[in-house]
Design a protein around this ligand. Sequence first.
Ligand SMILES: [Zn+2]
Length: 71
Amino acid sequence: MKNAQCKKCLNKFYEKDIYTIQQFQYRKEPTYDWSLKFFKKMGIDEWDSFCDECIMSYSEKSNNAWKNTKI
Ligand SMILES: [Zn+2]
């Protein structure tokens, strides 16, 4: 049953395919601490569920924002 819902696109998907921003703690850059603050500003916390596509898009967005803070 597809009983998980993505907070961003609102699509339903399988629970085993849930992604959260917690996976960003494995990125070298930006730091996880920075990522948490970045997503908090967007109203996203560590327990929000996202689908594969949306977490990728957030990954990219945060990467770009991180780069911009360093210019
Ligand atoms: Zn989604």
